[in-house]
Structures are given as C-alpha cells and as structure tokens.
Ligand binder design. Structure first.
Ligand SMILES: Cc1cc2nc3c(=O)[nH]c(=O)nc-3n(C[C@H](O)[C@H](O)[C@H](O)COP(=O)(O)O)c2cc1C
Ligand SMILES: O=C(O)C(=O)c1ccccc1
Length: 387
C-alpha cells in the first residue's frame, strides 16, 4: 500500500484518543496483568526455563541500531509485500497462538475479524479454542493459514489438513519446535494447564478422526486424547515429505533457527520458513530469533519467503527484521494482550500502532519501501564493535 506520510496524524490520533489505550509492550503487559487471572496471564507472558531465550529475543533487537539517511523525499512509502502470489498492505502477520479464549470469550473469532479488517494474514493454531470452520465462517475473505501440530496418530493430522483445505485456508504452517511442551516454570507456579482446562477444544472435538479414536465421549477422554496426540516427539523429515504428498497447499516450517535446517527445508521442497524460537517458550538458552535470521536469509537466498517472529513488539523491531532480510514478521503476544484488553478492537489497536510506528520509522530511516529497507545501514552494539 502506498502510504502518504504527510498528514501528521499517526501519533496525534493516539494522543487525542477518548479512551487511552496502552501503546508500548510494557504498558500492554501491565494492563493485562491487572485485568486477567495470574494463570492465563503467566501462561501468555512467560518463557521456558530461566527465560534466557525470552531475554535473548529482546537483546537481539536492542543490539542493532540504524544509521539513517536523509534528504530522500519520503512523503510516499510503499509497505506492500507479496507472499505466495498475493499482495498485502503491510509486512505483518498474526502468529499462530492457541487457546485464545484464555484472553477473551470471542477468542480466535475476534482475531480473524481484525485480520480481515486490516488485511493481515491470519495463522490459526491447531490448539485453538474455536474450530477452524467457525473461524473461516467468521471472516470468509480474510487470508487464513493453518498451523499444524503433527499428531501421534498421523491420520488426525491429515484430517485437520483436509478440513483446513476444505474451509479455504491457503497454506499449512508445520511447527517443528514443539514436539513436546517446553519446561515452563511459571505454569507450575500457578498450577495452570490450559490444555487440561479444555481451552484447546475447537479443532479436536470437531475432528471425526480424533473423536473416533476416543474410548468414550467424556471430557477426561478428550483431554487424554489431546495430550496423547499434540505431543509427537517422533516427528522427522519423512513426515514432512509425507505431509507434502497429502496437500496441494504451500507448506511453511515454523521454528527453524539453524541454517542447515533451512537448507534441508528448501531441499525438501518446503515453500516458506518461519524463523522463530516460539517466543522463548520452548527450549531455554536459545539464540534470539533475530540473531538467527541473517544466516538463514543467506542460505535461503530468496528461493522461498522467510518470515520472522519472537520479540517483535514495536514497529522499529519489525523494521530491523525486514532490514536484515525477513520478507515479513509475525506478531504473537502483543495481539493477545490487545485481545484480552478489548477484543477485536484491542487487536486492531495493537496492530495499527505497530504498523503506524513502522511507517514513521521507514520514512525516518530514509527508505521508501519494504524492499528498500534492505539498503538501510544497520550496526551492532552501536557500531563500537570494531574499535
Ligand atoms: C499463548 C501462546 C500460545 C501459542 N500457541 C502456539 C501454537 O499453538 N502454535 C504455534 O506454532 N505457536 C504458538 N505460539 C508461538 C507463536 O506462534 C509465536 O512463535 C510467538 O508468540 C512469537 O513470539 P512473541 O510472542 O514474542 O511475538 C504461542 C505463543 C503464545 C504466547
Ligand atoms: O503454548 C504454546 O506456546 C504452544 O504452542 C502450545 C503447544 C501445545 C499445546 C498447547 C500450547
């Protein structure tokens, strides 16, 4: 989308807002901590183990600085991107986040409506509160991708993929970093398990293959069935090749951090890569996802799109990831906080603020488009490394 930056309204509309809405990630987090219970809040906020990965994500963004260029006429900037042959007005995506009823009764329905309104691709989780068919019906025109958690019983995985195809989802995102749940101490502290509380029901109770696999229709059998299937430590490249044979949709792998895995993904005919450490929620002590990006961009070399998530909390973070070669960025916790605070409207506010800051930042860096950001000069550690 060509955006005119001369109207000066981007910040004033927030300053003049009737009901002030938190704008920074820290303020969003604080407001949500005051609004929802400690269990769900801790579940969303926390990282695995000692939260080193969570800190590494932020540290990676904080390490980079821009050396801007001026006198470049930045009155019109183009924030459009293209993915799998479709054009989108912003380089943002909704990362797949499960169990949205933890944040708001409208859950994924509110988020996909926001995605539709803002023309931002929506990635629905396997462990969503609402079924993928209901999400599709809530926003038939939104671009929707389906995030697949492999199932121990692979027929369940294929059944969900077939349902997603039938419901108009346009890509499959196979998450590879969650073959079992990370070591999450905050949830132990709070004795909180959303899976056991039934928040992940949507796609499972509506799946004929899953339901036929249960001994009976009790809630306990359902919970046991999900736990047995959603964690799938045997996942391997042969499964990826099989999945490819089961769908015509493009397949992305989410959670790639090593350039050799990125190379294997391309060699196996994968259509896109999401560089991610799951927002620091899986393995602790992992490289910040932004720090993993450059080596992956190098081996992928434009053959397939590279999307980044984990720690993108403001427009300037998105700018840095795009400047380092990401084709788009996906947003996780910030939209969940918007959802918790004000449903669909809250999601729209959070994503709009992120986008508005990105627009201002592209212009102030002296660039005129997302592609042009690749030419922006970035330095690490304030440029003092070589001194
Ligand atoms: C509450 C919560 C639930 C999540 N559920 C899923 C999921 O079901 N599938 C998945 O692939 N990633 C899931 N993620 C990870 C996100 O897709 C994304 O990788 C991560 O949130 C990005 O980091 P950020 O929160 O720092 O933006 C979840 C993240 C959160 C915070
Ligand atoms: O909480 C998560 O990050 C997540 O991805 C997940 C994975 C499996 C079951 C429930 C949630």
């Amino acid at each position: 989308m060509m955006t005119n930056t001369t109207n000066g309204d981007l910040l004033l509309k927030n300053i003049n807002a009737q009901a002030p809405f938190p704008i920074s990630f820290a303020d969003l987090e604080k407001a949500v901590a005051e609004k929802i219970d400690a269990g769900p809040y801790g579940y969303v906020r926390s990282g695995a183990g000692g939260e080193q990965t969570l800190r590494n994500n932020r540290a990676a963004f904080e390490k980079y600085s821009i050396i801007p260029r001026f006198l470049n006429n930045v009155a019109n900037i183009d924030t459009t991107i293209e993915l799998f042959g479709k054009t989108y007005p912003t380089p943002l995506l909704f990362a797949p986040v499960g169990m949205n009823k933890m944040a708001h009764e409208d859950g994924e329905l509110a988020v996909v409506r926001a995605a539709n309104h803002l023309e931002i691709p929506y990635i629905q989780s396997t462990v969503s509160s609402y079924a993928l068919e209901d999400v599709a019906q809530a926003a038939p025109n939104a671009t929707k991708w389906f995030q697949l958690y492999w199932s121990t019983n692979e027929e369940i995985a294929y059944s969900m993929v077939a349902r997603a195809e039938a419901a108009g989802f346009e890509a499959i995102v196979l998450t590879v970093d969650t073959v079992m749940l990370g070591w999450r101490e905050e949830d132990v502290r709070n004795q909180f398990s959303p899976l056991k509380l039934g928040y992940a029901r949507g796609n499972y109770v509506n799946d004929p293959v899953f339901m036929a696999s249960l001994p009976d229709n009790s809630f306990e059998s359902y919970v046991q069935g999900v736990l047995q299937n959603v964690f799938h430590p045997t996942l391997n490249w042969e499964n990826v090749r099989e999945l490819k044979r089961h769908t015509k949709l493009p397949i992305l792998l989410k959670g790639i951090l090593h350039p050799e895995d990125a190379q294997l993904a391309v060699d196996n005919g994968i259509d896109g890569i999401i560089v991610s450490n799951h927002g620091g929620r899986q393995l602790d002590g992992v490289i910040g996802s932004l720090d993993a990006l450059p080596a992956i961009v190098e081996v992928v070399d434009g053959q397939v799109p590279v999307i980044l998530d984990s720690g993108v909390y403001r427009g300037m973070d998105a700018l840095k990831a795009l400047a380092l070669g990401a084709d788009a960025v996906a947003i996780g916790r910030p939209f969940v906080y918007g959802l918790a605070l004000d449903g669909q409207q809250g999601v729209e506010k959070v994503m709009t603020n992120l986008y508005d800051e990105l627009k201002v930042s592209i212009a102030l860096a002296g660039a005129t488009s997302v592609k042009d950001l690749r030419n922006v000069t970035l330095v690490k550690n304030n440029g003092v490394d070589d001194i």
